[in-house]
Design a protein around this ligand. Sequence first.
Ligand SMILES: [Zn+2]
Ligand SMILES: [Zn+2]
Ligand SMILES: [Zn+2]
Length: 334
Amino acid sequence: MPVASHQLNRVLHPVVDFEGRDLHIHRRSQHHDPKVWQVRYPGQPLPEWEDIARSKGFRIHARVRDKNHLALECLSCGGLTAQRVFALRTARIRCEDCASQKRSTLADTIGLEFIERDPADHQYAFYRAACGHRIRRQREFIDRVADGVCQVRCEICLQDKERAEAEARGWEWQGPDPDGNDNYRLYRHSCGHDQRIARANMKFGQCDCAGCGESWSSKPSFLYLFRIRIPDKGLDCVKFGYSGRPDKRLRHQLSLPKSAKSDVLRTVAIKTGHAACRLEKSAHARLRRRFPECVVPPERYVGLINVSSEIYSPALLPKLQRLLDEIEQQQSAA
Ligand SMILES: [Zn+2]
Ligand SMILES: [Zn+2]
Ligand SMILES: [Zn+2]
């Protein structure tokens, strides 16, 4: 590439050195030797060009390259952008310094750091996500996120989460759905059978294997109580739920931060996953209704615990323990 790129953070556009200053040139001009842009073209610009430039927020800094090109200086930031005289007359002119500054500020506000343009496709650029991974996105993506139309989601982190979810259920994540449905993935059961399963069903452990006939709803399950403390976030809470493998649920699926301290306080064996699911759902409904003050609002743990509800204050522990006592008695009586 004949053009120097500078200030990685800010500039999506190629620049050349013009008398010691950065001159932005159009992407389509990149294949020219940068030296053509470093030549001042003799003679004064026409007065009417000055008027047009001023009306578009620029002044003419110099004629460059040949009789058809100008170096325009942005009146608001002082940046230099090369343009054809024809474009100055007929088109909307934009200052590349202002534009890249705006993009980078936008990226900052949504927690992304601009790394570089994708040299293979100028519609795309690479960004550093908050998790530290490098992601590739369309440049307009930044605007869409800033407008709240879509979210920054790191595919690498998402895949790690999905792998952990599958592992905790005795399945192995294989890849995207071979039939192309975004809500499905391909998984391999511990028996070796490959199967398409909705990601949401895998997440909640509701998947039957067509290979060996193992059914989640008839497999034994557990109700559990976890205590989760994240001291540096000032979070101390209790999670109540059901799982075929509570220890795995706690260790792999909740995606707790490194600073978290977590304990399995109690597990109660339930005959089937189906029964556990039913007991858990009705318990949550009752708890929410009777002790709304003990329900921790999701915004307190979003990004810290990979669940969207079912988190309670430790003040509810005596009530939760009593609830599990009752369920345990019913189970042994049945
Ligand atoms: Zn500018
Ligand atoms: Zn990531
Ligand atoms: Zn199987």
